[in-house]
Design a protein around this ligand. Structure first.
Ligand code: ATP
Length: 212
């Protein structure tokens, strides 16, 4: 691929989507792995058909959509079931990501961002480079995610502890975007990192950062 695709990751509520929205506003194409993950199990999809065959129709809502929380409950704490589910979803997400990125490349774009929460856990760091991680403090992560999802502290903590610690992701990243301040500061931090990514990929940053 002539298109350079860098990886954007972070922890629960650390600000990935906020930074991705800023990049999009700058004219940079962003592909969101969470959106692809929903698409590959949408109603009528091959992915959903395979999941129903393996897990039964009990993981569907009354309208025939995948009941994600029922499925999550089924595989929680059962590595074999989780691996089975992932063998049905992960290859489809990877294929769809390649398809979307090829479309972006065909438009003549030189650079794109792949927003993927499990960039490090899923071993994608050789494919999507350089790697960029959005950080804030653990307390900010908890507070922001609680406010956004209307969830309890315990629930958010359980989700956070199921992932690689954000500090570890930041240590492994090529670049870190600090999102512990206000949004204007985060946007300025994101612009600085975007300029560095462009330099790494030999892309003219003026394409995105003209007015800066
Ligand atoms: P997840 O992976 O859990 O979906 P995320 O990393 O994509 O999270 P966001 O959705 O971007 O995180 O941010 C989490 C919440 O915190 C959102 O409601 C967002 O509006 C808010 N938020 C993000 N950055 C800031 C900031 N700098 N100041 C205040 N609120 C913020």
């Amino acid at each position: 691929m002539r298109l350079h695709v860098f990886g954007l990751s972070g922890g629960i509520g650390s600000g990935k989507s906020t930074v991705a929205a800023h990049f999009r506003a700058r004219g940079l194409p962003v592909v969101d792995a969470d959106v692809l993950a929903r698409e590959v199990v949408s109603k009528g999809s091959e992915g959903l058909t395979e999941i129903i065959a393996a897990f039964g129709a009990g993981i569907l809502t009354s309208t025939g959509e995948l009941d994600r929380s029922a499925l999550a409950h089924r595989v929680f704490g059962d590595p074999a079931q989780r691996a089975l589910l992932e063998s049905m979803t992960h290859p489809r997400v990877r294929a769809l990501a390649r398809e979307r990125l090829s479309e972006i490349e065909a438009r003549g774009e030189p650079l794109a961002c792949y927003e993927v929460p499990l960039l490090f856990e899923a071993g994608l760091t050789d494919t999507y480079r350089p790697t960029v991680v959005v950080t804030c403090s653990p307390e900010q992560q908890i507070e922001r995610a609680m406010r956004r999802d209307g969830a309890t502290r315990e629930r958010i903590l359980a989700r956070i502890s199921a992932q690689m610690p954000l500090s570890e992701k930041a240590r492994r990243a090529d670049y870190v975007i600090d999102n512990s301040g206000d949004l204007a500061t985060t946007k300025a931090n994101a612009d600085r990192v975007l300029a560095l990514v462009c330099a790494d990929c030999d892309v003219d940053s003026a394409r995105y950062l003209r007015e800066s």
